[in-house]
Design a protein around this ligand. Structure first.
Ligand code: NAD
Ligand code: GLY
Length: 373
């Protein structure tokens, strides 16, 4: 897969649309500035009497009134569910709170849910939509970079379990993804960096030219240059749509989207949800997975410093917490990719190409020791 770089020619990027085509359904990912305010983004969604916006205490004051006003043009009733903010609240309790509200408001099986927020809200709203009355439609309105480039696309929904990240969930696709780039204006810089981890991920796994583009444009991305963000979000969504289109339920190929996640999920769970942001853990996890790729002879030695440098430039941590080697290994054995207790890693075996491999515990232990604080 190769890309041309349109960045230089774009000043005010127009809205763009990436289609995602699955075996039994298809939907659009709309990307651009001003989408919350534009009428066309909200047309032709499933008809219903009621729309329900699910958001959190941080995001709701920023965007909910605008979204509510927009939806009232299409739905007779717009209800709101506001959850506490944070990864620590991606739980059964929050999910039940959504169900309590839906039932208390007598929401029927045509009700459309709108996930307004980052990946935490998107994953929980999607899961609620998957199981409420055995399935109601939902729309993703991602407001973090991470959610726009990754979590809102492809239908993975979940909550965390104290013993493992995203362990309880369902595959359930949204009707549409509406990624308004203007919503990123208010994102804290630490969250922007966390989103860049998932942007960077797409380069080594699928597109060497995109990796180079990110290296050349990392400052523009950190400065929230709208044209750079538009290009990055679109390219990430194209790659994700291409992967998910071939392997919606992660029977094989889709696992490449988890580059860095095996180490990263261990950091998140081991430190307690929320201590490290998901993107921070993935960034550090990609450094460790790059090292493992080198140690197993899949990549030349210079790949590791290249990845470490880019992840550092993105404002992400590259030194892992010292959980202890055994604890890391135990946590990684709970990873969804593990089979019969054998940990399997997404590794890079050529720029733009990824494979799934088991690795000897001794080599993994060396990686952990080399990168811990
Ligand atoms: P998040 O949802 O916690 O959002 C990050 C923070 O930014 C929160 O405090 C949130 O309230 C705030 N925020 C959101 N939008 C804002 C805005 N526009 N302005 C100001 N503040 C804003 O975290 P995230 O990084 O978006 O998502 C991480 C989650 O996504 C993790 O739970 C991860 O497991 C999940 N994830 C899922 C998938 C998937 O395929 N489903 C993929 C990657 C990550
Ligand atoms: N974020 C990994 C996936 O969607 O498969």
């Amino acid at each position: 897969m190769t890309v041309a770089n349109p960045h230089a020619s774009l000043i005010n990027p127009p809205a763009q649309c990436v289609g995602i085509q699955l075996a039994h359904e298809a939907y659009d990912i709309l990307i651009g500035p001003g989408l919350l305010a534009s009428e066309s983004s909200w047309q032709d969604l499933p008809r219903a009497a009621t729309a329900v916006i699910v958001s959190n205490e941080t995001v709701a004051p920023l965007f909910l009134p605008q979204l509510e006003a927009r939806l009232l043009r299409h739905y007779a009733r717009v209800e709101k569910v506001i959850l506490p903010d944070g990864e620590a609240f991606k739980t059964w309790d929050s999910l039940n709170h959504i169900f309590d509200c839906l039932l208390a408001k007598a929401c029927d099986r045509k009700t459309v849910l709108f996930a307004l927020g980052g990946g935490v809200i998107g994953d929980m709203t999607g899961f609620a939509a998957a199981v409420y009355m055995r399935g109601v439609p939902f729309v993703q309105v991602p407001t973090t970079l991470l959610a726009q480039v990754d979590s809102s696309v492809g239908g993975k929904t979940a909550i965390n379990h104290p013993l493992g990240k995203n362990m309880i969930g369902a595959f359930y696709q949204p009707q549409r993804v509406i990624a308004d780039l203007d919503s990123l204006d208010s994102l804290p810089q630490r969250e922007l960096s966390a989103g860049l981890a998932e942007v960077i991920k797409y380069g080594p796994i699928a597109d060497a030219a995109f990796l180079q583009w990110i290296e050349d444009n990392i400052e523009a991305l950190l400065a929230r240059d709208k044209a750079a963000l538009a290009y990055a979000v679109k390219r990430c969504c194209e790659i994700k749509a291409w992967v998910v289109g071939q392997d919606e339920r992660e029977q094989g190929l889709r696992a490449i989207l988890n580059f860095g996640h095996t180490f990263g999920h261990a950091i998140e769970t081991g430190m307690g949800y929320g201590a490290w942001l998901h993107g921070e853990a993935v960034g550090c996890g990609m450094v460790m997975a790059s090292d493992l790729s080198v140690r197993l002879g899949l990549m030349p030695a210079e790949f590791l410093p290249r990845m470490r440098r880019l992840i550092e430039r993105a404002g992400l941590p590259v030194v892992a917490p010292d959980l202890g080697v055994e604890r890391y290994l135990d946590l990684m054995r709970v990873d969804k990719k593990a089979e019969a207790g054998e940990i399997r890693f997404v590794l890079i075996d050529g720029l733009g190409s990824a494979v799934m491999r088991a690795a000897p515990d001794a080599v993994v232990a060396e990686v952990i020791r080399s990168h811990r604080a």
